[in-house]
Design a protein. Structure first.
Ligand SMILES: Cc1ncc(COP(=O)(O)O)c(C=O)c1O
Length: 463
């Protein structure tokens, strides 16, 4: 151990040194150079965002996903104020507190998604669906959704008079999931689209980490991974028989690939879906920031930043974290659960990416809450214990968590450099050793205080 400085492996923020300050500064200089460019950036923007940015995003998405159904048209893309606020906005436009039966959320779930869904009036309707090695458990969902339909009041009249309301919402992070790090298999993605069509469900996917991918093999070239896994929205477009509204929307964000403070994202759905999203009141959110991003895309600075800065940096940190876990934690009985990795074809390399991985502690250990509390108090180390990824208000999710993801923790490589990551894992190994030696008390009150403090400090301000 080199110091007793606090180490935070919970934070899902890019290190400030990774913000593209200079590119943004140049973009701002161009945008503000004269009235011709500053006026469109500083007045209220078009509801769905600037056409140049919609086109820029559409062609970038076409490049990275290479969808089988062809190029993505800008009419399929809208600009948002980031994935968080856009999740609520999608629900405000396409769900109804009376008519919509349930919101099915992959568990463990991205914890900030729960309050954002509740903000759309859907409190009490959230239900967890377990995730296995291949992704969301489709059979569990099929049984639960058909039961909810059978139990529900078929006469439920919507409050809203909007052109399209969905009876069910399904929320997932299919690629490099927050928090599990898993990638949903192609087969599950297809099954999910079919099931959504069958039950009048809208699948909302946060596709915010996809662009940050690299081979799991440290020595393989970046090109060897092939195209990214198709998003649910790509599969929905490719499978025949869909409606003009579609049954899916991809929720994207520049927070992880430019900077969270930009507060800009995008979404993709059918042109009809996107057009209806344009009716959310308030104008294009983050319009000035989006003008800077548009400029970064036009000059090529955006893709250069991802390819030359972010991917090499995160790849090194990921490799350092995985190596340290294998060296210090696995021999003590801790498991690394990244799920089975995706391969775009037989000869392509397997992919890793995003910001997170998930570890599970041995069954006989005290709870992950107790371990996280112990890590904080004895090692000044912050980790995200599994209990915070339970689907809010769902007793089933809470019950399942004690035997599954609640026994683990999410670790992020986004915030710290390699040496700090390795030291963080070494400190965690000391915590695990303390647990093996019976020193970690199952201090429920202490854990509650710790979790409450995290909720105030970390969770309210992190993701
Ligand atoms: C799955 C997921 N969705 C959404 C967000 C937040 O996106 P934004 O900053 O665009 O609101 C995060 C950030 O951690 C995330 O992990």
């Amino acid at each position: 151990m080199t110091s007793n400085q606090p180490i935070n492996l919970l934070l899902g923020w890019p290190t400030p040194a990774l913000h593209p300050d200079r590119s943004l500064h140049s973009a701002a200089t161009v945008v503000l150079a004269d009235n011709e460019t500053s006026t469109p950036a500083l007045r209220y923007g078009p509801q769905l965002g600037r056409e140049a940015l919609r086109q820029g995003v559409a062609s970038w998405l076409t490049d990275i996903y290479r969808p089988t159904s062809g190029d993505i048209a800008s009419s399929r893309v809208g600009i948002s104020g980031g994935a968080s606020v856009n999740l609520t906005n999608i629900l405000l436009r396409f769900s109804d507190p009376i008519y919509t039966r349930r919101v099915w959320m992959i568990e463990p779930t991205y914890f900030m998604a729960c309050p954002m869904i509740e903000d759309a009036g859907l409190t009490g309707k959230l239900r967890g669906v377990p995730e296995d090695e291949e992704g969301l458990d489709i059979e569990f969902l099929r049984n639960a959704i058909s039961k909810a339909d059978a139990d529900g009041d078929s006469e439920a009249k919507p409050i809203k008079n909007y052109p399209k309301l969905f009876r069910h919402i399904i929320y997932a992070v299919p690629t490099f999931s927050n928090p599990s790090g898993k990638i949903m298999s192609l087969c599950r993605r297809e099954e999910l689209v079919r099931l959504a069509r069958e039950y009048d469900a809208l699948v909302i996917t946060d596709d915010v980490y996809d662009a940050l991918s690299w081979p799991t093999d440290e020595t393989a070239s970046l090109e060897s991974v092939g195209p990214l896994p198709p998003r649910i929205v790509d599969i929905d477009r490719a499978l025949t028989g869909g409606s003009e509204w579609g049954n899916s929307v991809s929720n994207g964000s520049f927070s992880k690939i430019i900077a969270p403070g930009m507060r800009v994202g995008w979404f993709e759905g059918t042109p009809k879906f996107v057009e209806n999203m344009g009716k959310v009141s308030g104008g294009c959110i983050g319009h000035f920031s989006s003008s800077l991003i548009s400029q970064m895309i036009t000059t090529g600075e955006f893709t250069k930043h991802i390819e030359n800065v972010l991917i090499p940096t995160y790849r090194k940190r990921y490799n350092a974290m995985v190596a340290a876990i294998n060296k210090y934690l696995v021999p003590l009985g801790v498991k690394l659960n990244a799920g089975s990795s995706y391969q775009s074809s037989e000869d392509s390399a397997k992919i890793a990416g995003g910001y997170f991985l998930y570890i599970t502690f041995p069954d006989a250990f005290p709870s992950a809450d107790a371990l996280a509390t112990w890590a904080k108090t004895t090692q000044a180390l912050t980790i995200a214990p599994g209990s915070i990824f339970t689907v809010r208000g769902d007793e089933g999710s809470d019950r399942r968590s004690h035997k599954t993801f609640g026994r683990g923790a999410r670790l992020s490589w986004a915030w710290n450099e390699e040496d700090v990551i390795v030291e963080g894992i070494q400190r965690l190994a000391l915590v695990v050793q303390d647990a093996l030696d019976g020193k970690v008390q199952q201090d429920e009150a202490g854990a509650q205080t710790f979790l409450a403090a995290m909720a105030r400090i970390d969770i309210a301000t992190t993701a």
